[in-house]
Design a protein around this ligand. Structure first.
Ligand code: FES
Length: 138
C-alpha cells in the first residue's frame, strides 16, 4: 500500500532528524557548529547545462535536498518505484547509502555498473558528484 503524501513528508522529516542527531553525536561526542560546518558533505549535481553545488548533513536524502533547493531533478513517486529520479554517480559512490531493493529491481545490471542510482533512495555521507541524463529519466 502506497503511503499518503503526508506520511511520506513526515517520514522524510524523521529521517532528516535522525541524520542530524547521528551527525552531531558521531563517535567521540558532540561536534561544535564550526566542526559541523567544516565536515558537511558537498554535493555537486550536473543537470543539463547547469551545475549545482550545496552542502548537506550526513545521511541527508539526495532527492529531498535537491528539491528543497528548487533543483529541477525529475521525480514522481519518491518511493523507488517509478525510476524517474534516475541519476548517475560520477564520483563518491563510497559516500552513499547501500543499494536498496528498489534500485536493484528498477535499474538494470548495465546501468548499475555505470553508476546508476535512484535519487529518492540515496542518503549522502560524504562528497559526491552526480549527473542527470534527462533523456534516460522516465
Ligand atoms: S521518484 Fe520514483 S523512483 Fe525515485
Amino acid at each position: 500500500m502506497e503511503p499518503e503524501p503526508e506520511q511520506q513528508r513526515i517520514g522524510y522529516q524523521i529521517d532528516r532528524a535522525i541524520a542530524v542527531c547521528h551527525h552531531r553525536t558521531r563517535g567521540d561526542g558532540f561536534l561544535s557548529w564550526e566542526e559541523e560546518l567544516e565536515e558537511l558533505p558537498r554535493v555537486k549535481i550536473e543537470l543539463a547545462d547547469q551545475s549545482y553545488e550545496f552542502e548537506v548533513y550526513d545521511g541527508a536524502n539526495l532527492l529531498l535536498e535537491a528539491a528543497s533547493r528548487s533543483i529541477p531533478l525529475p521525480f514522481q513517486c519518491t518511493t523507488g518505484r517509478c525510476g524517474t529520479c534516475r541519476v548517475h554517480v560520477q564520483e563518491g559512490m563510497e559516500n552513499l547509502s547501500d543499494y536498496t531493493d528498489s534500485e536493484l529491481y528498477r535499474l538494470g545490471d548495465e546501468e548499475l555498473v555505470q553508476g546508476g542510482r535512484l535519487a529518492c533512495q540515496l542518503f549522502v555521507y560524504g562528497d559526491v558528484r552526480i549527473s542527470v541524463n534527462s533523456e534516460k529519466s522516465e
